[in-house]
Design a protein around this ligand. Structure first.
Ligand code: SF4
Length: 342
């Protein structure tokens, strides 16, 4: 009989399994702390449980299912990329970004992605499948185990559109957030979406105070329809309305990400339109110079152009940041994750 994998289970589920074994419910909290808090790889390491219980647990449960296939450390930035193989042989990538004491893990939520944004390597893969909560949480546990560094912040910005895998992503958020799980505050997690309007509304009303980032990349529907085909289903008007609702209910700014692509969306005219479009929405605009991917015709604007765009935009909107993606030399930057091509 296959063992039941405990990674990805919440407190109530583990309590239920333990009670079927005749165990007291408080044991579930102990187990959660070992599995998520300490990230141990086996029941034998759970030293506050009796030897008999550890053996009984090991007979019916497992902890894992993800295998590290490759680790790549950037020679330029303090960034490491991990390629994981899942139980069914599918592969995903995760990235650890070190800034001061902060350790941010960029997580994948799907194997591939069905949305096919033109600038993104993951989009070329198409959707292979959604990740289960255990496979999302597993990335963080494995990164912690492999590096010995404790993740402090999480961004759902890796492979996949997180809001297309809503239930499993939210379950992983609850596990990250739980005091018996990883104990990472919701405010230290940011979810990035291509703009799935109904799910954005649902997320806003969930009552979980996650940060929300919207991958905007164009100041009008015509260009966005072309760059991000999902825009034909959910045009900008609805996305901006959902973004505003988020800021009103959560009383915090939303982030608009704007990938700068040479000759495509980096003119002064586009900067002006962008500023007008987000007017009235408490937000931060995050400019990200495009990161090249194989077989794409796009180019990144030269640094002078990027600076002109930023300076033109800044007085027109309240906050503009310029984020140089880290890990470009190991294919770990924004839009470069592709796992399956290797
Ligand atoms: S940018 Fe995001 S939503 Fe678009 S194809 Fe890539 S992973 Fe999917």
């Amino acid at each position: 009989m296959d063992k039941v994998n405990l990674i990805g289970m919440e407190l109530g589920e583990i309590e239920g399994l333990l009670s079927q074994m005749g165990e007291r419910s408080f044991r579930a909290k102990q187990l959660m702390k070992w599995i998520y808090g300490k990230g141990v790889g086996g029941f034998s390491q759970m030293t506050d449980l009796s030897k008999g219980l550890r053996e009984r647990l090991a007979a019916v449960f497992s902890l894992g299912g993800m295998k590290l296939v490759q680790r790549m450390d950037s020679q330029v930035d303090k960034v490491t990329k991990f390629l994981f193989e899942l139980e069914d042989g599918e592969r995903v990538e995760s990235v650890l970004i070190r800034e001061g004491r902060r350790r941010t893990v960029c997580l994948s939520t799907q194997v591939g992605c069905p949305l096919g944004c033109r600038f993104c390597a993951t989009g070329r893969v198409g959707l292979r499948r959604n990740l289960r909560a255990g496979e999302i949480v597993g990335q963080v546990i494995e990164v912690g185990r492999v590096t010995g560094e404790r993740p402090t912040n999480l961004v759902f910005m890796g492979m996949g559109e997180p809001l297309l895998n809503y239930e499993e992503v939210l379950k992983s958020v609850r596990i990250f957030n739980s005091p018996y799980g990883l104990g990472i505050g919701a405010r230290k997690m940011t979810l990035s979406t291509a703009g799935l309007v109904p799910q954005m509304g649902r997320l806003t009303r969930e009552g979980i105070k996650l940060g929300l980032a919207i991958s905007l990349n164009a100041p009008d529907d015509k260009l966005r329809d072309w760059l991000m085909p999902i825009n034909r289903k959910y045009p900008l008007k609805g996305i901006l309305k959902a973004a505003k609702e988020f800021t009103q209910i959560h009383r915090r700014r939303v982030t608009f990400e704007y990938l700068l692509i040479a000759g495509v969306n980096d003119s002064f005219d586009e900067a002006t339109k962008l500023a007008q479009m987000v007017k009235g929405i408490p937000c931060k605009i995050n400019l990200i110079p495009y990161n090249p991917i194989p077989r794409a015709k796009f180019r990144r604007p030269d640094p002078q152009r990027v600076e002109f765009f930023r300076r033109w935009l800044y007085p027109l909107t309240s906050t503009v940041t310029l984020r140089e993606s880290k890990g470009k030399d190991i294919g770990a930057a924004c839009g470069q994750l592709q796992a399956l091509y290797r």
